[in-house]
Design a protein around this ligand. Structure first.
Ligand code: NA7
Length: 531
């Protein structure tokens, strides 16, 4: 059996893994990245469904660590499409010559902490065993697909595609009868594009979506030039914003309740026209105050009724839960799609799916015939990819046991009992509630600095304490309880996965989180034991 030794093993060659490798290399620390896919890109490698696009502005959804890179790269649109992001990440891998340190087509199956040697032993599906002092999980927050527990999948005569495992050669929907299950970001992006091609599209909706138009458009050369004239300054200002984004349309610092009705409507309309997340910055309390939230919801409700011509369909598309409670979705012509004669909406709350059949799908009320079924059913978010690997810490304790009642850790970075193991944008960190690029860069830099510190100070290991973990978990819960996110069914708290413990996983609170991480370091890695 092969057995290779490194300072660090990084799992995953997406946005996090690539930067982690780059950063460690700069510090002269040897690292090997293990990647399941055949190329770099992580979530942008896998999510190739039609219409796949990031909903953060390109000028913000890109690495900031290299001035030449950020000056050189040209993004053609306001929001980057999946092929553009993948091309960008491949460019980064080539530009910094990262590929020689990445093992592609290799899956990590298990990782065990060997207390005697203070090393992680990592085994992969090709039978190899690797050892490293540090193990960094750059496995992504939304990477483990959620396959719905619907019977009869194997019986279907046509192909079934999950949006997060779409064929690389694309799918030709022309002339086909297509069924799509799921109306989260992926479904909302894919549905309008599939509808344009397919002969017939049937959408199976479990929960309607509050969606705001993305208002995607070609990149504005003046804005690009203005930002590139001082990119570093732009990034720095960005990091001071809540969620680290949208620095060119800042949230209004006023309550929705503090302005007259006419002015409120004017502001909502202005933000609707601006598009995307800007809408939720119309006022400073939409996400925390029920009354202000209801005002925003009423505005969007009226928009859906205006757009969708069939009143019964419009009503079926309007959610009852608070707006911004599920992960916000933005679209390009989503509601308009339901005005097409080849599109049918099926409310599966009224008539649940009973099974996939050889010919298509059966609900309690009807049978549907399809040529292709698309599962836009999302992910086992935040913990799925980590728990899929058999991770064992001190005394053989498994991460699955440790997290049986939900993920616990310190700063979203380290779990007591699992020394020298770091999670990039792990549960308990701002992660998905932040511009992911910024959240990732902050974590990568913190971890790289930490490993470098240990090397310089002759320390072999770092481990979070139980006390620090307890206080951190209490903090995350306390912050989450002040928001409206816990008031509905969403993947932030695992509601989409049957049997998953209901724990609010991401930490609302960027940039205060960064200050906390910096203070921990300034106080000699407070809450960790270095030995
Ligand atoms: P999401 O947002 O989790 O959406 C998944 C959709 O699939 C959502 O409408 C679900 O309904 C639906 N779903 C999930 N399981 C089932 C079953 N068993 N039956 C019927 N419908 C089901 O995933 P996306 O991929 O769209 O987006 C994930 C993130 O990627 C997104 O938030 C961005 O951050 C990028 P539900 O709402 O659970 O009732």
């Amino acid at each position: 059996m092969k057995s290779e030794k490194f300072d660090v093993i990084i799992v995953g060659a997406g946005v996090s893994g690539l930067y982690m490798l780059y950063r460690l290399r700069e510090l002269g620390i040897s690292a090997r990245v293990i990647e399941m896919a055949s190329d770099v890109g992580g979530t942008w490698y896998w999510n190739r469904y039609p219409g796949a696009r990031c909903d953060t502005n390109t000028l913000e959804y890109s690495y900031s660590f290299d001035e030449e890179l950020q000056q050189e790269w040209e993004w053609p649109e306001r929001y980057p499409s999946q092929p553009e992001i993948l091309a960008y990440l491949k460019h980064v891998a080539d530009r910094f010559d990262l590929r020689p340190d990445i093992s592609f087509n290799t899956r990590v199956d298990a990782a065990t902490f060997d207390e005697a040697s203070s090393h992680w032993r990592v085994s992969t599906d090709d039978g190899a065993e690797l050892a490293a002092r540090f193990l960094i999980m750059a496995t992504g927050c939304l990477s483990e697909p959620n396959l719905p527990p619907i019977g009869g999948m194997d019986s279907f005569r046509g192909p079934i595609y999950h949006t997060a495992r779409f064929p690389h050669e694309g799918v030709d929907f022309r002339g086909k009868r297509v069924g799509v299950i799921g109306t989260g970001s992926s479904g909302v992006q894919a549905i309008p594009v599939i509808a344009e091609q397919a002969a017939q599209l049937t959408v199976f909706q479990r929960s309607p979506q509050w969606s705001i138009p993305a208002q995607n458009r070609p990149a504005d050369p003046e804005l690009v030039a203005e930002i590139k004239a001082d990119y570093a300054g732009f990034r720095a200002r960005n990091r001071l914003q809540p969620g680290a984004q949208m620095s060119h349309m800042l949230p209004n610092d006023i309550s929705a309740k503090a302005v007259a009705e006419e002015e409120r409507q004017r502001i909502f309309e202005e933000r609707w026209q601006e598009g995307g997340f800007a809408f939720y910055g119309s006022f400073n309390d939409i996400t925390v105050d029920l009354e202000s939230n209801a005002m925003a919801a009423e505005f969007v409700r009226a928009k859906i009724r205006q757009i969708v011509k069939d009143p019964a369909v419009a009503e079926a598309l309007i959610p009852e839960y608070t707006i911004h409670c599920k992960r916000p979705v933005m679209d390009s012509g989503y509601f308009e799609t339901y005005n097409r004669s080849n599109v049918l909406l099926v409310d599966i709350n009224a008539a649940p799916i009973e099974a996939i059949t050889p010919a298509g799908l059966r609900t309690r009320e009807a049978d549907y015939d399809f040529d292709i079924i698309v599962l836009a059913t999302g992910f086992d978010a935040m913990t799925g990819a980590l728990l899929k690997i058999d991770i064992r810490g001190r005394g053989g304790l498994t991460l699955r046991e440790k997290w049986a009642d939900g993920p616990v850790n310190y700063l979203g970075l380290q779990v007591p009992g699992f020394p020298n193991l770091f999670t990039i944008t792990g549960p308990g960190s701002p992660s998905v509630l932040t511009n992911m690029m910024v959240a990732i860069e902050q974590h990568v830099e913190w971890v790289a600095d930490c490993i470098s510190y240990l090397e310089e100070h002759g320390q072999a290991s770092i481990e979070a304490t139980e006390e620090a973990q307890e206080a951190w978990v209490a903090h995350v819960n306390e912050v989450a309880d002040q928001t409206l996110w816990t008031a509905c069914h969403n993947w932030y708290q695992g509601d989409n996965i049957p049997g998953k413990p209901r724990v609010f996983m991401p930490l609302p609170g960027f940039p205060p989180y960064v200050e906390k991480c910096d203070a921990v370091v300034a106080n000699g890695y407070e809450g960790f034991v270095l030995s």
